[in-house]
Design a protein around this ligand. Structure first.
Ligand code: SF4
Length: 346
């Protein structure tokens, strides 16, 4: 990561070329996922146990792995993105600029920190509340799409999944074209993830685009360092009663705080390169996620513990391929002639 970084510029010339076949295929999947979401919401009301099992133990655990392969896979079909783009700024086509993007990122990270621990005291086991929450978020995404162009109102701004997409999708294994924005209408004036995953992460770490970054104090930098602890905190508490919600937040956020202090302290002492530090944090976070969720999935389906171990092994192999490839890329870039003139930032 060096100071020659240029932010993605958003013009129609930047629009990717996507064949009609690919766009129609993507539309078909978008419709399918949208209908599935309606069914999931309905299922959470009428068959909560079964639907929660499918949602929490199949659909959600697939997402981090898909982000390693390419966040574009999910972003191409995400039902909230489909709804967000449906209105296409019918009321006003506001775009989101650099400063607003950083504010929105704080909101997205805050939503994530509020919603994930809430699984432990209500969302994991209360289908009506979970179904209502998904419906409210879906409507919010739709309504925001009326006031903002393309994805500016939700997907590229306050979506609580976006920080995780950036962390796990910082070096996607596959380069997949975004079939939604043809042409790009520059809804996000800087740092659009769809136009440049790696650059969007750099942008998030730069903190308002300053040339000399203080990445440890940016919202994304703080989030990235705290996320391994957040995951440990989440998986080391049990589902519990609503009244114990404050305890859940205290414990999970306590782990997050320790993680943030520990890693930022270590990176400071080692004068780590930003790109290597963030790669390490992404690798550790996704490894921890599957280390805990593998056995949890096996338990949820009442399967042999070997299945949980199998999930751990398979995902660890995927994470290893992802991390080694990313490391290779970063080292190659650092050794390139251009990088010699622009040393990596600390
Ligand atoms: S999300 Fe917005 S800025 Fe990004 S490619 Fe689509 S239209 Fe362009």
């Amino acid at each position: 990561m060096n100071d020659t970084f240029t932010y993605p510029s958003h013009t129609h010339e930047n629009s990717v070329r996507v064949s009609d076949f690919s766009r129609n295929l993507a539309r078909g999947f978008q419709l399918l996922v949208l209908i599935s979401t309606v069914l999931v919401i309905a299922g959470l009301f009428v068959r909560p146990d079964e639907t929660e099992l499918v949602l929490w133990s199949i659909i959600i655990p697939l997402l981090p792995a898909s982000f390693l392969i390419s966040p574009a896979l999910w972003r191409a079909v995400c039902p909230l993105a489909t709804l967000n783009m449906l209105g296409n700024g019918a009321v006003s086509r506001r775009r989101i600029g650099k400063t607003d993007l950083f504010r929105a990122e704080v909101i997205g990270i805050t939503l994530l920190i509020i919603l994930v621990p809430a699984r432990r005291f209500i969302l994991n086991e209360n289908g009506v509340v979970l179904g209502s929450l998904i419906a409210v978020i879906a409507v919010a995404s739709l309504v925001l799409g009326l006031f903002y162009a393309s994805k500016a109102g939700f997907c590229n701004s306050i979506c609580p999944v976006l920080p995780v997409e950036k962390l796990y999708g910082q070096h996607p294994l596959l380069s997949i074209k975004n079939p939604r924005c043809v042409p790009c209408d520059a809804c996000t004036l800087k740092g659009c993830y769809d136009l440049g995953p790696e650059k969007a992460v750099v942008f998030a770490l730069r903190g308002n685009g300053t040339v000399r970054p203080k990445w440890k104090t940016t919202a994304f930098g703080l989030f990235a360092a705290g996320f391994p602890g957040f995951i440990i905190g989440y998986f080391t508490v049990e589902n519990t009663a609503l009244a114990l919600g404050p305890n859940i937040y205290a414990q999970i956020l306590g782990y997050m705080l320790i993680s943030g202090v520990l890693f930022h302290g270590a990176f400071f002492l080692m004068r780590s390169r930003i790109d290597l530090a963030v790669l390490f944090l992404g690798t550790l976070s996704v490894t921890l996620y599957y280390w805990y969720s593998g056995p949890a999935i096996a338990t949820a389906f009442d399967l042999d513990p070997a299945v949980g171990t199998g999930i751990r092994v398979i995902t660890l192999m995927l994470v290893s391929v992802w991390a080694i490839r990313a490391l290779w890329t970063l080292i190659s870039e650092a050794n390139s002639p251009q990088a010699a003139h622009h040393p990596s930032s600390h």
